[in-house]
Design a protein around this ligand. Structure first.
Ligand SMILES: N=c1c2ncn([C@@H]3O[C@H](COP(=O)(O)OP(=O)(O)OP(=O)(O)O)[C@@H](O)[C@H]3O)c2ncn1[C@@H]1O[C@H](COP(=O)(O)O)[C@@H](O)[C@H]1O
Length: 112
């Protein structure tokens, strides 16, 4: 069954988790897991730089591609450290009450 684009992040995370348990020959994810944390972090550093360069060049499709690469590598890190997509969504949800530059748990200033 085809997953919708709204489910793709969870789907990708599940594929990465599955690669950890059931390695697949030729899998790039398994290559990263086998190389270990330093390699995963190095890739995140590289991909981050590529996002910066693409953003600076201001070519939307290149920036989308580089952000997607970064997303994937960050998810490999999350998976390797048992950080779930829910952990991130919960954190973002907590921050959604943030207004301007206030701390999230601070009561918003009443606008009169
Ligand atoms: N989303 C991605 C994804 N994004 C980027 N990449 C890989 O990330 C690598 C980045 O390219 P680089 O040129 O920077 O790196 P490289 O030269 O290939 O390798 P190194 O620098 O790491 O030695 C490429 O090999 C891409 O194929 C990805 N590989 C896998 N996925 C997803 O992960 C799933 C499982 O993939 P496998 O683990 O390969 O089966 C796939 O179905 C996809 O959904």
């Amino acid at each position: 069954m085809e997953v919708s684009k709204y489910e793709i992040i969870d789907e990708l995370y599940n594929v990465l988790k599955d690669r950890r348990i059931n390695p697949v020959e030729g899998s790039y994810t398994n290559y990263l897991f086998n190389k270990g944390l330093d390699k995963i972090l190095k890739k995140i550093g590289e991909e981050s730089c590529e996002v910066v360069i693409a953003g600076k060049n201001n070519i939307k499709e290149d920036t989308i591609a580089e952000i997607s690469d970064l997303f994937y590598h960050v998810m490999v890190l999350m998976c390797s450290q048992d950080i779930s997509t829910d952990d991130i969504l919960d954190e973002l949800k907590k921050r959604s009450t943030k207004i301007a530059n206030q701390k999230p748990d601070r009561k918003p200033i009443e606008v009169v």
